[in-house]
Design a protein around this ligand. Structure first.
Ligand code: FAD
Length: 469
């Protein structure tokens, strides 16, 4: 028997779920949002974007203070010590501040928050099988926003002690002497640099012959050289065959992807960072006959509706980049469409950012994609070495690369390596959303001295008109 009825039940309280719940409430719907975690915010706030960025920031400060880099600026620091417990506590406080902020927003928007594991027993009916709110709830529409979970490699079991996922790597209790990161995607590289800066020896094993698969190759290669300079060691084109955990640590057997030649690598901690998979366990989708893609994602139409009327899905659990901002965009569009509005997401303009030092930011197409499609394009590159703000602040590493259509000059892609590249990319995102040409960016007056002037100069460089180089 149904205990309460709503216009919309959202399953999952991550960036997709909580944003959908708030927007639906703003649009006048009665909403319940269910999550099995005690805290809202999903992967992103609890074990993803936020704790990783808190540790990236703290470890960057530690590395800056301990490297002696500040001495040249006249800042003398006599002794720098790592207090890992305090660093972790600070990260946990940041997380709890933000997760309770979402709880506050739920109250403000009169959203009913339910805690427990949800199963959809029939269209319009959700059962909470455990937790304090156990029971049956009904709604006109159900929105699945159950996100994703880490995957592993065959035969490698994550114990979150010695063989960890990103969740374990965010909460190590002591500094490992040596960490091996399996997978050179953005999560592995972010976590690898955190521990490297704190003093751990870090080696990265990647099956492909490159890092950051899918990102612009020129950027990925330059970035690999920077990380190598920072002390990370890479084994590219290398497959991990097995990982054996013992009292003293972990032994990985790896093999050259081409020759098959094997070697063992020992470490204290192995971080498995080979991707994430959609989280659809125990939702009851099979019994309902909900269609899935061949990659295990929930298949949805342009309105985010599944093949079962009244059941919708958004975020990491549907196709598209597994990123928090994409999940939020899905959520707003889905709910606005439910309310009869014109929700829309431009999946060609979802920025990808790696929050290392320097950061990587990428938007639109890569040079490889343009070559493969046979598109005639122009390229403008501007290095931060020639940017006055970068010089003044010591952030001269990296460059801006703008790719534009050779005929129309429309900007097709932008790739940046820079301090705060993740912030810089958004002026290009706005420009691209309005279909801008490189000329439009080049003729926009940019403040001086700013890092953004490098974006303007790269736009000028598309037609060989950069001023400062
Ligand atoms: P999730 O955030 O995974 O939320 C889903 C929620 O559903 C979870 O809280 C889960 O408990 C709940 N749930 C699942 N099943 C049920 C059920 N049956 N009943 C009740 N509740 C259920 N993205 C970025 O954009 N930028 C970053 O910097 C970034 N950094 C990351 C760093 C790390 C280490 C990781 C792991 C991820 C990172 N991500 C980042 C990815 C980002 O966290 C995800 O893309 C985002 O959280 C997806 O949002 P979502 O709402 O779809 O799912």
């Amino acid at each position: 028997m149904s205990e309460a009825s709503f216009d919309l039940i959202v399953i999952g309280g991550g960036p997709a779920g909580y944003v959908a719940a708030i927007r639906a409430s703003q649009l006048g719907m009665t909403v319940a949002c269910i999550d099995k975690r005690d805290t809202l915010g999903g992967t992103c706030l609890n074990v993803g974007c936020i704790p990783s960025k808190a540790l990236l920031n703290a470890s960057e400060k530690f590395a800056e203070a301990s490297s002696g880099a500040l001495e040249g600026l006249g800042v003398k620091i006599s002794s720098v010590k790592l207090d890992l417990d305090a660093m972790m506590e600070s990260k946990d406080n940041i997380v709890s501040g933000l997760t309770s902020g979402i709880a506050h927003l739920f109250k403000k928007n009169k959203i009913t928050r339910l805690t427990g594991s949800a199963t959809i027993t029939a269209p319009g009916t959700v059962e909470l099988t455990d937790g304090p709110d156990k029971g049956v709830f009904s709604a006109e529409r159900i929105l699945i926003a159950t996100g994703s979970v880490p995957t592993s490699l065959p035969g490698i079991e994550i114990d979150e002690k010695k063989i960890v996922s990103s969740t374990g790597a965010l909460a190590l209790e002591k500094l490992p002497k040596k960490l091996v990161v399996i997978g050179a995607g953005y999560i592995g590289l972010e976590m690898g640099t955190v521990w490297s800066r704190l003093g751990t020896e870090v080696e990265v094993v990647e099956y492909l012959p490159r890092i950051l698969p899918g990102m612009d190759l020129e950027v990925a290669n330059k970035f690999k050289a920077m990380l190598t300079k920072q002390g990370l060691k890479f084994h590219l084109g290398t497959a991990v065959k097995s990982a054996k955990s013992s009292r003293s640590g972990v032994t990985l057997t790896v093999a050259d992807a081409k020759t098959g030649e094997e070697q063992d690598i020992s470490c204290d901690i192995a971080l498995v960072s080979v991707g994430r998979k959609p989280n659809t366990d125990n939702l009851g989708l099979e019994a309902l006959g909900v269609e899935m893609t061949d990659r295990g994602q929930i298949a949805v139409d342009a309105d985010f509706e599944t093949n079962i009327e009244g059941i919708f899905a958004v975020g990491d659990v549907i196709p598209g980049p597994m990123l928090a901002h994409k999940a939020e965009e899905d959520a707003v569009a889905a709910v606005e469409i439910m309310a009869g509005q014109a929700g829309h997401v431009d999946y060609d303009l979802v920025p990808g950012i790696v929050y290392t030092a320097p950061e990587i930011a990428t938007l639109g197409v890569t040079e490889e994609m343009l070559k493969e499609a046979g598109t005639d394009y122009k390229k403008g590159v501007f290095p931060f070495l020639a940017n006055s703000r970068a010089k003044a602040t010591g952030h001269t590493e990296g460059f801006v690369k703008i790719l534009a259509d050779a005929k129309t000059d429309k900007v097709l892609g932008c790739h940046i390596i820079a301090h705060e590249a993740g912030t810089l990319i958004h002026e290009v995102a706005t420009a691209m959303a309005f279909g801008a040409s490189s000329e439009d960016i080049a003729r926009t007056c940019h403040g001086h001295p700013t890092m953004n002037e490098a974006v303007k100069e790269a736009a000028l460089a598309v037609d060989g008109r950069a001023i400062h180089i």
